[in-house]
Ligand binder design. Structure first.
Ligand SMILES: [Fe+2]
Ligand SMILES: [Fe+2]
Length: 297
């Protein structure tokens, strides 16, 4: 905890930004985030310090039940709101941005140097999601050393973990659906990448039968995701979503436990270095085309 001074009546409290616990985004060129005032502090606001390297970005996301005030401290940011035809705010020290609950945004470093901003959250709930990010000192993915197969396997783990985090939250009485929605977006994009770019060359290289099994199972995953999305829309108490999420986890376990040993070991060879590098780049920032559905959906 970054608190430096407290009066016994828990009134005014002082905080040191640098004392906040630092966490690193589990993807390349993402932000380093210090949790300055976290949800455990018992304050009605949360405060994060977000540092983006030059060329870095926080991909499109929402903030769950929190509304956000961005207070830039250094450098230059571009804040892009989803669905507004690329309309963007440029943010520098001296300017601010407010982001209402439910709005999806992407935050980019628009300058040549590191950019830092405070993100003030009310209520502080969104900061809980940082718990799933690795501590800043932990070794991160090395984009040069990581093969496409390793990157795809890592994405499998990240999707599993986000679904598990949602289930844990529900069991503790929380109704935050943001991590689950993001996990399903990531899974749809993962399936898109496999079906559009990876499976065709694998099929041509002789892996026809396993590819057909994977395509069929993608259809089942897709169907379960559609059912979960329906639950989230129709039932705010989330009574049915956990059972569907457990089904999705079981389907993923069955699918990934074949895909990883049978197909992924051939992915980098079959595609060749340039195409595999291109796909790894897609995994960092690419978008699935609107309205795309998988072959067996
Ligand atoms: Fe797959
Ligand atoms: Fe996969």
């Amino acid at each position: 905890m970054s608190q430096v001074e407290s009066r016994t009546d828990a009134g005014v409290r002082g905080w040191q930004i640098e004392a906040g616990e630092a966490r690193r985004a589990p993807f390349e060129a993402g932000p380093l985030v210090r949790v300055v005032v976290g949800p455990a502090a018992g304050e009605p606001v949360g405060v994060l310090e977000v540092t983006l390297p030059a060329g870095g970005a926080m991909p499109e996301h929402d903030h769950g039940d929190s509304s956000v005030l961005l207070v830039p401290l250094a450098g230059c940011f571009r804040l892009v709101e989803a669905g507004q035809d690329g309309a963007a705010l440029e943010l520098r020290p001296g300017s601010l941005a407010t982001i209402p609950v439910g709005r999806r945004v992407r935050l980019e470093n628009a300058g040549e140097t590191e950019a830092r901003t405070l993100a003030v959250l009310t209520p502080p709930d969104f900061a809980e999601q940082l718990d799933a990010w690795p501590a800043a000192g932990a070794p991160g993915p090395d984009p040069q050393a990581e093969t496409l197969a390793a990157a795809l396997e890592r994405e499998h783990r990240e999707i599993d973990q986000a679904i598990e985090a949602f289930l844990e939250g529900v069991s503790e009485g929380r109704t935050e659906t943001g991590p689950l929605t993001r996990a399903m977006e990531a899974l749809r994009r993962h399936i898109y990448l496999e079906e559009q770019f990876l499976f065709p060359p694998l099929r041509d290289a002789g892996f026809m039968a396993p590819v057909l099994v994977m395509l069929r199972e993608h259809g089942e995953l897709w169907q379960t995701m559609t059912a979960i999305e329906r639950e989230l829309v129709e039932d705010a108490t989330l009574s049915g979503a956990p059972a569907q999420c457990k089904l999705l986890l079981a389907q993923l376990e069955r699918h990934n436990s074949k895909e990883e040993p049978i197909l992924y070991p051939h992915a980098d060879d079959v595609l060749g270095a340039p195409a595999s590098a291109e796909l790894r780049a897609f995994m960092r920032s690419g978008q699935m085309p609107d309205g795309w559905v998988c072959t067996s959906a």
